[in-house]
Write a protein of this length. Structure first.
Length: 174
């Protein structure tokens, strides 16, 4: 029988290997999911019913649970049971996504609201512009429209200058 510490270590190793296989080189240890107590349970539904009510595939619901976006089932195993709280959690995640937030940003927001200090990395979105075969420019998303316009103009000028330099080099005009 595997002890609690061994199971926790195995879970952390699985998370780490998953991140590594995706090419991500940092590691964030997620806190254990808060389990729903029977007194909070209310009406219980199956995963299939939850998926139908939320219009979200079962696989996505399981993914949300693994990311800590919604709590695990009230009762686990083959006959896992969920509550209206799970449905509300899924709807909240979908609402935030429709507002433009990524799952990483939602996860960060939920962790901050729960007072979890272990989440040290705030996710950021970046746009990558390939302006020549050997040059890319990365720009953090969420800038003001004025600043974005200014940067796009500067990137276009840089791309034109690099293209002109490339043409001169190909023609032997060093």
């Amino acid at each position: 029988m595997v002890g609690h510490r061994e199971a926790e270590a195995a879970s952390i190793i699985r998370q780490y290997l998953t991140l590594l296989s995706c090419g991500i080189v940092f590691f964030v240890d997620r806190p254990k999911q808060r389990e729903t107590t029977p007194s909070e349970a209310g009406i219980r539904i199956s995963l299939n019913e939850l998926a139908k009510k939320s219009s979200v595939p079962e696989r996505t619901i399981r993914y949300y649970i693994s990311r800590g976006l919604i709590p695990g089932p009230v009762r686990g195993g083959r006959g896992a049971e969920y509550t209206e709280d799970h449905l509300a959690g899924i709807q909240k995640v979908r609402l935030l996504q429709s507002g433009g937030m990524t799952l990483a940003e939602i996860e960060y927001q939920f962790a901050q609201q729960a007072g979890d200090r272990r989440v040290a990395i705030r996710p950021e979105s970046w746009s990558v512009y390939r302006i020549s075969p050997d040059v890319t420019v990365e720009v953090r998303d969420g800038l003001s429209p004025w600043r974005s316009k200014q940067l796009r103009s500067a990137i276009a000028r840089l791309a034109a200058e690099l293209a002109a330099n490339n043409d001169h080099q190909e023609n032997g005009d060093d």
